[in-house]
Structures are given as structure tokens and as C-alpha cells.
Design a protein around this ligand. Structure first.
Ligand code: TA6
Length: 327
């Protein structure tokens, strides 16, 4: 059971909030969270527990991520919703706890973050996780997992993970990874996903057997739990009712998981409302099919950039293909 370490004073932002890229607040159940604000009004909240993004709002203050009304903000349970980090194991069938332990640990504000190139963001925070002795008993490797959470000038949300093998015994380690993003949607029956057509996927509902997706956009009428393989850099999630398109741009993450528990699984989850499946969809940038192996000293980087753009398909103004092909 990891104990929350209140961030060290050196990690505290400068006193005047205006000059600081982030604020440190107390959130649900007194857990510490970092708040990022962008000048035009968009904002992000990330709990030190799990380095877990639980809110991303646009400049109208609309919440773009789904967090269950029954989420349990109490270790060791992960928070249901937002963007759980799955590391060092993506899966609920492996030797470790479901989706690994990174989301169930207290992170710190990184007092000595690596230099970042070409970042336009003025609202960002760098967080870091290193294994405890307890962690080493279940996963016998030393690592440094650094996460930068940043808000772009237009309200885009950027997450950059850097994972370095710091083993001193010369041993490499292998891991799988996902940003388990829960998008807020108006009505799952009015949602389409573009960019995964014709791709192969592993179906978690059919013993992880491999299938090939049909040629049209994905739509949703029942439980779905698919790991799409070798997916494109960009994936679009179209919410017809809200006339909103989420665009996921990813780097270093070849796979994408699409998950909705639907009614039966929703009822079976204590930290998920029975009807909440209607208002969420997980599309998760991931590295699963080909696990990542790092030698001591090597570092892996995996990045996502999420944006939410207006999409009025009735007028044909925004062609999903154009969104996917745009820069
Ligand atoms: O990403 C899909 C998935 O692997 C599903 O199989 C389901 O288990 C979901 O993750 C949630 O897992 P969690 O451990 O957060 O309850």
C-alpha cells in the first residue's frame, strides 16, 4: 500500500499562481491533485495518485473525459475513468494487478524533469514514479517513469511518458503500456470511430482471437473489447449528438484498444453506474502486441495528443477522412 508523499517543497510551484505552470490542490478524499489552466479557459486535473488525469475541460468549461459517479478515490483501487496509466502490464489476465501498478501508486512532482524540446505549452506539470522495495518484490526492476501533462494553446491535452530502465544488474525489462482514456460521449449509440477500418484486432470477448475489421467506421450496439493492431497515428471519435469529434494523435503507441462494457458488465462493476456505459467510450493508445524491451540506460517515449473539434456532419463541413489526413 503506497502512502501519499506530499510533494517536496522544491517541487512546489512558485508562490504567485500567475507565474506557475500549475496549481497544487486537495481533491476528493483529500488526495492531492495538480490543476493546469490555459489562458483561454481550458483546464486539466491530474491526481498524484496514479498520475491520473481525471478532468480535461475545453474553453467553455465542458468536461471532455468520463469519470464514473461511483469512482472510488481511495487507494489501492484505481480511479474509474479519466486516463488511467497501464504500466508495466496492459491486461487484467497477467501476473500483476489489472493493468499494472503505476495507476495505483502515489507519484511525485518531478523536481528535475528532462528538458523538453518544442513545447508550446505554458501549462504543464512533470510527474515521476520510481519503484518502492514492495514494487520490486512483484516486478524486480528499477525504472524511472516520467509523465508530462500539458495543455496546448488551443486546449489540446498532451501526455508524454518517458520510461527508463535504471537496472544496475544489467538486466533488460519488458513491458506493455496504454493510456486507458475514457472519453465522455452524449450517447454511445450516436458515436462512430474512424481510422480503424479494415485493421486486424484481437477480440478480448472471443479468447483474444485475431479478426479483421470491416470496411466501415465502428459503431456500437453491444459490449466491445478489441485491441486493434498497427493502427494509424490518428484516430477520430465522432459524437454526432454533440457535433464534436475527438482526435487522438499518438506516437510510439502502435495499437489501440476500444472498450465499452455495455449493460451487463456495467452492472457487475461496483465503481461504475448501471447506465453509465451509454455516456463513455474508451479508445486507448497502447503498445501491447509487441511488448517493449529496454536495456539498462535505454528510454522509451510514448505520447498522445487529444483534441476536441466541432464537427457538423449534417452540413458535411468536417469530413472525418480530412480530419485524419490533416496535419
Ligand atoms: O481496456 C479494456 C480492458 O482491458 C477491459 O478488458 C476491462 O477490463 C477494462 O480494461 C477495465 O479494466 P479495469 O482493470 O480498469 O477495471
Amino acid at each position: 500500500m503506497s502512502i501519499e508523499k506530499v510533494p517536496s517543497s522544491s517541487a512546489q510551484p512558485p508562490s504567485s499562481a500567475s507565474s506557475s505552470p500549475f496549481e497544487l490542490r486537495k481533491g476528493v478524499n483529500g488526495l492531492h491533485k495538480v490543476v493546469l489552466r490555459e489562458v483561454r479557459g481550458s483546464s486539466v486535473e491530474v491526481y498524484l495518485y496514479g498520475s491520473h488525469v481525471t478532468s480535461w475541460k475545453n474553453d467553455h468549461g465542458e468536461e471532455l473525459l468520463f469519470v464514473s459517479s461511483k469512482a472510488i478515490f481511495k487507494p489501492p483501487k484505481p480511479i474509474r475513468g479519466g486516463i488511467p496509466l497501464c504500466f508495466p502490464q496492459f491486461s487484467n489476465h497477467g501476473p500483476l494487478e489489472s493493468h499494472g501498478f503505476a495507476r495505483n501508486r502515489f507519484w511525485c512532482v518531478d523536481p528535475d524533469p528532462p528538458p523538453f524540446t518544442n513545447t508550446l505549452s505554458k501549462a504543464f506539470v512533470d510527474l515521476i514514479l520510481k519503484p518502492t522495495e514492495e514494487d520490486m518484490k512483484i516486478w524486480p526492476h528499477s525504472f524511472e517513469f516520467r509523465l508530462r501533462v500539458a495543455l496546448g494553446p488551443g486546449g489540446d491535452l498532451m501526455l508524454t511518458s518517458r520510461i527508463r530502465n535504471t537496472n544496475t544488474d544489467g538486466k533488460p525489462f519488458t513491458f506493455t503500456f496504454a493510456y486507458h482514456t475514457y472519453f465522455s460521449v452524449s450517447d454511445i449509440n450516436e458515436v462512430r470511430v474512424e481510422g480503424l477500418e479494415t485493421l486486424d484486432y484481437l477480440d478480448n470477448l472471443r479468447n483474444k482471437e485475431r479478426f479483421t475489421e470491416q470496411g466501415d467506421a465502428l459503431t456500437f450496439e453491444s459490449e466491445v473489447d478489441k485491441i486493434y493492431l498497427s493502427t494509424p497515428t490518428k484516430i477520430a471519435i465522432l459524437d454526432h449528438e454533440k457535433k464534436r469529434t475527438f482526435v487522438i494523435r499518438k506516437d510510439g503507441l502502435p495499437d489501440a484498444v476500444v472498450w465499452n462494457p455495455w449493460d451487463k458488465k456495467a452492472k457487475a462493476m461496483a465503481d461504475f453506474g448501471d447506465d453509465e456505459y451509454k455516456h463513455m467510450l474508451c479508445v486507448e493508445a497502447a503498445a501491447i502486441e509487441k511488448p517493449i524491451t529496454l536495456k539498462p540506460g535505454e528510454e522509451w517515449k510514448g505520447r498522445i495528443e487529444l483534441s476536441a473539434v466541432p464537427s457538423s456532419y449534417c452540413s458535411g463541413q468536417l469530413d472525418p477522412q480530412r480530419v485524419l489526413q490533416s496535419s
